[in-house]
Design a protein around this ligand. Structure first.
Ligand SMILES: [Zn+2]
Length: 400
C-alpha cells in the first residue's frame, strides 16, 4: 500500500536560492520542450508523438541549452513525461472531435520537481536531506517514515516555503480488527458542501468562508491597482498568503472529516464525478467547492485504502430527482433546497436525499468500485418524513 509523508524544509538563503533556481530551470525546460512540440505539430500535423521524435527534440534542447544539464537527469525525465502527457491529452482532445482548444500552455510558475527513484539521488540522514544537484539541507522530520521510500517530490507553496514529499510503500497490516459493516452514501451537495445518508450535511466551515470572502476582496483590490506598481506587488503577496491559508485550512478540515468518517463507517458510496466537467467551471465559488470535493475524495480513498475499507463510485444521474423513499421522480431545479415527494409525501433536504440515493445505487447496481462486493452494504440512515438537517448547526465536522 502507498502512503505519503510531507516535511517542511528549513533552507538557508543560499539553499533557498538554489532550490528556487532549480524550479526556474525546470519551468524553462518544460516550456522549451512544450514550444518545440508545438512547432513540431504545426510542421507535420501528426497527432502521435513517437519516442524517437520526442527524444530528438529533447537532445536538441540539451545541445542548444547546456544549462539544463544542471537538472538531475531523472528530474529532467520527469519533466519530459509531463510535457508528453500534456501533448497526449491535447491530441486526445483533438481526436475526440473537440474544437481545437489551443495548445498546452506554458507554465509561468513551477510548483514541484520529482525524483522518481530512490537510488541515492536523495538521502535522509538524521535531520538532514541530501539531494542530488541541489545539496544538503535541514528537514523537519516530525514523524517517523514507515515502509520503503519510492519517490521524492520537492514542492513549493504559494508563500515560497519548500517541502519534501515522500511516497512510501508498506505492507498491509496482517491483523485486521473486525468491524461491523456500516455503509454511508456521500453526495457533493448543491446547498451544502457535503451531504451524507446519515442525515448530516456539512457546510463550508465558517473560517473558510471568511477566508474566501477576504480572498475575493483582496483580488478585487489588486485588479484596481496599477500593473507593475509596488502597491500591486504588495497586494499580490497578500493574495498569495490568503490562498495558502485557505489551502491549509481546507486540508486540515478535510483531514479531520475523513479521519472521523473512516473511524465510523466501513464502506463509502460516492458520486463518480467527471473531473473534466468540473474543470470547465469558471465560477469562483463553484470551483472552490469542486476543489474541496476533489480533496475530500482523495483523502477518503487514501485513508480507506490503508484501513482496508471500501469506496464505491456510482453514477450520479437522477440521484437528485429520485425520491429516496418510494422511487418516484420529479424535476428538481437547483434552487430547491427541500425535496417534497408528491407520491409518498417525504420531505427531506435535497442533498441528503441525493446521498441516500447514492448509497442505494451502490447496494443495487453501482458496483463500479474495484473492491465492491454486493450484498454487504446496508442503509444506515433511517428515512424519516422530516427534514433532518439544520443548516445552522450542521457545519461542524468535529461533531461527527
Ligand atoms: Zn416518495
Amino acid at each position: 500500500m502507498k502512503k505519503t509523508y510531507q516535511f517542511r524544509l528549513k533552507l538557508q538563503p543560499k539553499e533557498w536560492k538554489r532550490m528556487h533556481n532549480q524550479l526556474e530551470l525546470s519551468k524553462n525546460f518544460y516550456n522549451e520542450l512544450l514550444q518545440r512540440m508545438e512547432n513540431n505539430y504545426k510542421k507535420d500535423k501528426t497527432t502521435k508523438v513517437s519516442k524517437k521524435t520526442f527524444n530528438r527534440i529533447k537532445q536538441e534542447v540539451f545541445i542548444e541549452h547546456p544549462e539544463y544539464r544542471k537538472l538531475y537527469s531523472q528530474v529532467a525525465d520527469d519533466i519530459s513525461r509531463r510535457v508528453l502527457r500534456a501533448y497526449q491529452n491535447f491530441f486526445r482532445r483533438l481526436k475526440e472531435g473537440a474544437k481545437e482548444k489551443g495548445f498546452p500552455r506554458p507554465k509561468n510558475y513551477y510548483k514541484s520537481i520529482t525524483y522518481p527513484q530512490n537510488n541515492g539521488s536523495f538521502i535522509i540522514k538524521g535531520n538532514k536531506l541530501k539531494v542530488s544537484k541541489i545539496g544538503t539541507m535541514k528537514i523537519y522530520l516530525h514523524r517517523q517514515i514507515e515502509g520503503s521510500i519510492k519517490t521524492m517530490t520537492i514542492k513549493r507553496d504559494r508563500l515560497n516555503r519548500f517541502y519534501a514529499t515522500f511516497s512510501v510503500e508498506y505492507d498491509k497490516p496482517r491483523v485486521q480488527e473486525k468491524r461491523e459493516e456500516k455503509a454511508i452514501g456521500i453526495d457533493m451537495g448543491i446547498h451544502s458542501l457535503i451531504a451524507m445518508s446519515d442525515g448530516t450535511a456539512i457546510e463550508n466551515p465558517k473560517f473558510l468562508k471568511e477566508s474566501e470572502k477576504r480572498l475575493a476582496l483582496y483580488q478585487r483590490r489588486m485588479s484596481g491597482m496599477q500593473k507593475g506598481s509596488n502597491r500591486r506587488r504588495r497586494q499580490r503577496r497578500k493574495v498569495a498568503k490568503i490562498h495558502q491559508k485557505i489551502a491549509d485550512q481546507r486540508n486540515d478540515f478535510m483531514d479531520k472529516l475523513t479521519t472521523n468518517l473512516t473511524k465510523t463507517y466501513t464502506s463509502f458510496a460516492v458520486e463518480n464525478l467527471q473531473i473534466n466537467n468540473m474543470l470547465q467551471n469558471h465560477n469562483l465559488a463553484k470551483s472552490i467547492t469542486d476543489a474541496s470535493w476533489g480533496i475530500f475524495i482523495r483523502k477518503l480513498s487514501c485513508k480507506a485504502e490503508s484501513a482496508n475499507l471500501k469506496v464505491i463510485g456510482v453514477q450520479p444521474q437522477d440521484t437528485s430527482r429520485r425520491c429516496s423513499n418510494c422511487g418516484a421522480e420529479k424535476e428538481m431545479p437547483l434552487s430547491e433546497r427541500v425535496y417534497r415527494c408528491d407520491s409518498c409525501h417525504l420531505k427531506i433536504d435535497r442533498d441528503i436525499n441525493a446521498s441516500i440515493n447514492i448509497l442505494q445505487k451502490a447496494t443495487t447496481v453501482g458496483h463500479t468500485g474495484s473492491q465492491a462486493r454486493g450484498g454487504d452494504l446496508r442503509l444506515t440512515g433511517a428515512v424519516s418524513n422530516e427534514t433532518r438537517t439544520n443548516p445552522a448547526n450542521a457545519g461542524e465536522a468535529h461533531t461527527l
